[in-house]
Design a protein around this ligand. Structure first.
Ligand SMILES: *[C@@H]1O[C@H](CO)[C@@H](O)[C@H](O)[C@H]1NC(C)=O
Length: 351
């Protein structure tokens, strides 16, 4: 058999294998169907967020009386996931990806897209990274589905804003999980990053009367332009971005106003000979963008996300920013671990 034919045969076998998996999954699903519970009768909206070292999910239930109940879940997928996020934060992992600047990029990106398409066609994740990220979402999805007896078919996704994490990665995560990737309406950028999602999760940058489009536009036109310092601190990463925000949808945080450092998370401290050196590096990262662009607007609000947002770090953050800015702007950090997933769920509710 020629190598070409054996390759074809392998593809066919793979396709058959995935078909069998899919059919058996479908049949077990119908077998396990449970009687309707109260949750299934109320409307719900789901948001997922992929953070540096963990994934989070939020579901908002909307009762018949209009009352909202929000539940969240967190899942720590472990080492492989953290490695993937770290890799996607590196400049060396960057590549051409949609949205393109011109049609030259479109053609240049064709082979990469083709390869991803081929994998998806036979039921595999579009890339290794997509597969690892999708596992985290699958876990969160089953957790929500079993905890609340719901069946999730669509969601809004958000993630840490990493240099080499692209829109098609998130879309392909949704494909691999088997749920619809929903883009919030009015969104100018194709992807919803953590800072914007967290801002909305705290109730900022979104209108109150969203069911009435005209009223919503009016409300949003009166929202102030503001500058937000988005800080993410977890076991494996420290990221900082200086974002310009009008509505949450129009949040603008270009690459040059962000730092992503996967060697400055809280676990890294043990690798330093003295904690002082560690905190000096943390300080450097926190102030890097503001140092580089002294004439850029100073932050009016600070949003902190992540899973180590307490104790030493918070004290250090407050002290550092207070010294640097002369006063401490309001810090939003109450739901640090899950607030971006909550924002994504809120966007889903408004879709
Ligand atoms: C992360 O921080 C360390 C310590 O300040 C620094 O040496 C390293 O270059 C930084 N990495 C990136 C990717 O900025």
């Amino acid at each position: 058999m020629s190598p070409r034919n054996s390759f074809k045969l392998r593809i066919i076998l793979l396709a058959l294998a995935s078909l069998i998996t899919i059919t058996s999954a479908l049949s077990s699903e119908s077998r396990d169907q449970q009687p309707l519970r109260s949750h299934e009768e109320s409307k719900f909206s789901v948001g997922f967020s992929l953070q540096s070292s963990y994934g989070a999910a939020a579901v908002i239930f909307e009762g018949a009386d209009g009352r909202l109940r929000t539940h969240t879940r967190v899942y720590e997928p472990g080492y492989m996931y953290q490695q993937v996020m770290a890799k996607l934060s590196l400049q060396s992992s960057q590549h051409i990806a949609p949205p393109y600047d011109d049609d030259g990029e479109f053609w240049a990106d064709m082979p990469r897209r083709g390869a991803r398409m081929a994998l998806k066609t036979i039921g595999l994740p579009a890339s290794y990274e997509v597969g690892v990220l999708a596992q985290a979402i699958k876990h969160l999805r089953s957790q929500l589905e079993s905890d609340f007896s719901i069946s999730i078919s669509e969601a809004v996704f958000t993630s840490s804003h990493l240099l080499a994490l692209y829109q098609d990665d998130l879309e392909d995560v949704a494909v691999d999980v088997g749920i619809k990737y929903v883009t919030p309406r009015y969104q100018f950028q194709p992807i919803l990053w953590e800072t914007a999602a967290a801002y909305a999760g705290y109730g900022f940058g979104i209108c109150k009367h969203w069911r009435d489009e005209g009223r919503c536009w009016d409300e949003e036109s009166t929202l102030p332009d503001t500058t937000v310092l988005g800080v993410h601190y977890s076991h494996n990463a420290l990221t900082v971005s200086l974002a310009e925000v009008h509505t949450a949808f129009s949040t603008w945080e270009p690459n040059y106003r962000r730092t992503e450092n996967f060697t400055l998370g809280s676990d890294a401290i043990s690798g330093y000979s003295s904690p002082k050196d560690y905190w000096a590096d943390v300080k450097g990262a926190l102030l890097e963008i503001m140092d580089k662009y002294p004439l850029f607007n100073r932050p009016k609000t600070i949003i902190v996300t992540g899973d180590v947002v307490y104790g030493n770090f918070m004290n250090f953050l407050k002290e550092t920013l207070n010294d640097y800015l002369g006063k401490l702007p309001p810090i939003l950090s109450a739901d640090a671990k899950v607030v971006s997933a909550m924002g994504a769920a809120e966007f889903m509710r408004r879709c």
